[in-house]
Design a protein around this ligand. Structure first.
Ligand code: AHM
Ligand code: MG
Length: 336
């Protein structure tokens, strides 16, 4: 029987061999994984656990919060606040940062998360996920402020997501490739199922909400028009389309079998640079995609180089197969 490698063992070995994971970061990742396990069990209860539906409140972005949005947020905070590995947390569901209370030791890391991404899919039993990103707290001053979080994605020291689908799978990078761990419910631990994940540089599958077509800018219109023309058009091949409306599930598919994902700027709300959030969604997913050999761009710039100016900042997102992302970047340059 081949040996099973648990997340704990994987992290210990990475720490030992590559020195990539300091002890506190290893603890942090394990605590996040434990929280994801709890969230997975809560989601699995569904209507039987009275966890479905809206909570009757709105988050800072004016979006209706689902009960599970709030539960997942609380689980992540409770799991992470006492371990001594964190200075503060920031969440898509909270307006300000959550500084670790004085009664606990202050650590060196900052944790950012979208506690439950793909909320519109909760009540219809479709895959959703938790996305997380880890930064180091700047050490040049005591205490912690919002400004400490405003670092570009290239500064992340760990990032990942946990997808709650037919299986619960944690996908992680600490800057040395992408690894996947599936929750073994009998054993209660995450087990390594794949390492060194690679995204093919070309693809015939794209992922975008086509209902927004009339709002897109010319570069995205041109790219999608050419895909739709199929084998008779300039691309000379047919394209398939998938849109799950959970970024976690769409990115997971791309890490498993390739493709390109787009939630680009559109003119519905011209003052907003996109729908998705830079710090909780685009940066962690962008780093995972790059670590798997793909690319992540706003159309104008590498996502990981965007200098954030606000915690809840939004951004245009184009990520996945390298050659396709570069093609769209070219279209933006040509059409400007
Ligand atoms: P959420 O964090 O409120 O769940 O919103 C983000 C989600 C992404 O997971 C997904 O890609 C997108 O919103 C779906 O948007 P749309 O409803 O336009 O299809
Ligand atoms: Mg989200």
């Amino acid at each position: 029987m081949s040996k099973k490698v648990s997340l704990t063992r994987y992290l210990v070995e990475q720490q030992r061999v590559d020195g990539l994971i300091p002890g506190q970061l290893r603890l942090l990742i394990e605590v996040v994984a434990r929280a994801c396990k709890r969230i997975s069990f809560e989601i699995n209860k569904g209507a039987l656990g009275h966890v479905m539906g809206s909570a009757g409140s709105e988050n800072v972005q004016g979006e209706v919060q689902k009960k599970l949005d709030i539960i997942a947020n609380e689980v992540l905070i409770e799991a992470n606040e006492w371990g001594g590995h964190l200075a503060a947390m920031a969440s898509e569901e909270m307006e300000g940062i959550y500084v670790v209370p004085n009664r606990y030791p202050q650590g060196e890391y900052l944790l950012l998360f979208d506690p439950l991404d793909g909320s519109s899919n909760i009540d219809v039993n479709v895959s959703i996920g938790t996305i997380f990103s880890v930064l180091e707290k700047p050490q040049d001053h005591p205490g912690v402020t919002v400004d400490d979080f405003l670092q570009p994605g290239s500064k992340q020291v760990a990032a990942g997501y946990c997808i709650f689908g037919p299986q619960t799978t944690l996908v992680l990078t600490v800057g040395d490739g992408v690894a996947m761990f599936t929750l073994d419910r009998e054993q209660g631990s995450f087990i390594l199922v794949e390492e060194n994940i690679r995204i093919p540089e070309d693809t015939q599958e794209f992922s975008i909400n086509m209902s927004n077509m009339r709002h897109w800018d010319p570069a995205i219109r041109r790219y999608i028009d050419e895909c739709l023309e199929g084998a008779d058009g300039p691309r000379g091949k047919n394209f398939n389309m998938r849109w799950i409306a959970s970024m976690v599930a769409d990115i997971h598919r791309i890490l498993c079998r390739g493709g390109i994902f787009m939630y680009p700027w559109d003119k519905r709300e011209p003052q907003k640079p996109g729908k998705l959030r830079l710090m909780y969604e685009a940066n962690p997913m962008g780093w995972l995609i790059e670590q798997a050999g793909g690319a992540a761009s706003t159309g104008h710039q590498r996502i990981l180089e965007v200098q954030p100016s606000q915690l809840h900042q939004r951004v245009s997102v184009i990520m996945g197969a390298k050659n396709e992302v570069e093609r769209i970047d070219r279209y933006y340059q040509e059409l400007e």
